[in-house]
Design a protein around this ligand. Structure first.
Ligand SMILES: Cc1cc2nc3c(=O)[nH]c(=O)nc-3n(C[C@H](O)[C@H](O)[C@H](O)COP(=O)(O)OP(=O)(O)OC[C@H]3O[C@@H](n4cnc5c(N)ncnc54)[C@H](O)[C@@H]3O)c2cc1C
Length: 216
């Protein structure tokens, strides 16, 4: 049984910063995450993407932000159970909790904090019948290292921040030889600033924008 003051389910940025805040109150934390490493979406989905909306950092790579959060939490010596999803919470008669993982590891504390973000990650795949045949052979759901696309022709499908950010990044840094952004609507869901940048880059002929169309 792992004993601690606060069990945190989810070692994403929110869970990691909780360690620091709890540490200031002299409370010790133990984090549980189904991923093999801390950092949540930042480490697993976009470690090399710059983030522009962290106060005090005009730009920081998601992976570096997680390194900083780990450094900030380190003095408070958090414990980690990684690579195990938390599947059960039991409340005991004295009001404390036991959290059990899929592998049967048990954690006991008076407080449980859920910092599970969007939950355990699964890519949302487009409904293309034979898409699995092309996975890891040109079809990717996550850009982990943009340098992998150096000199390549890239088609990005989507209309949210991720699609917009990567289209801009691969174009502005001259990484991809060509960027085509395909989106099923004529308007985008991302930040207005990113939408404007994509429209400007399309106007300069640096991004090929195809809207009201789907990849199939
Ligand atoms: C491609 C992309 C780009 C983004 N860009 C930006 C940006 O530029 N700026 C910005 O502010 N935000 C951005 N975001 C959003 C940002 O990443 C999230 O808001 C942030 O990660 C949320 O942090 P979190 O700690 O709440 O959750 P998450 O990062 O989702 O972490 C939650 C963790 O909980 C774990 N977990 C969930 N359920 C369980 C369970 N039952 N047992 C064990 N572990 C569990 C998950 O494995 C995960 O590691 C982006 C997101 C994506 C996908």
């Amino acid at each position: 049984m792992i004993e601690t003051d606060i069990i945190i389910i989810g070692a994403g940025p929110v869970g990691l910063f909780t360690v620091f805040e709890a540490g200031l109150l002299k409370l010790k934390c133990h984090l549980i995450d189904s991923l093999a490493q801390p950092g949540g979406q930042c480490s697993e989905i976009y470690p090399k993407k710059p983030i522009y909306d962290i106060p005090g950092f005009p730009s920081v790579l998601a992976g570096d932000l997680i390194d900083n959060l780990m450094e900030q939490a380190a003095p408070f010596k958090p414990g980690f159970t990684l690579g195990e999803a938390a599947t059960e919470i039991d409340k005991l008669e004295d009001g404390t909790f036991i959290v059990t993982t899929v592998k049967g590891t048990k954690h006991h504390a008076p407080i449980v904090m859920i910092a599970g973000g969007l939950g355990v990650f699964e890519p949302r795949k487009p409904p293309i019948s034979n898409i699995e045949d092309y996975e890891d052979k040109g079809v990717e759901y996550i850009i982990k290292d943009p340098e992998f696309y150096k000199g390549k022709r890239c088609v990005i499908a989507g209309g949210g921040d991720s699609a917009l950010d990567w289209s801009i990044y691969l174009t502005e840094r001259n990484i991809a030889s060509e960027v085509v952004l395909v989106h099923r609507n004529s308007s985008f869901r991302g930040h207005l600033d990113s939408v404007q940048k994509v429209i400007d880059l399309a106007g300069e002929g640096r991004i090929k924008l195809i809207t009201e169309a789907e990849v199939d």
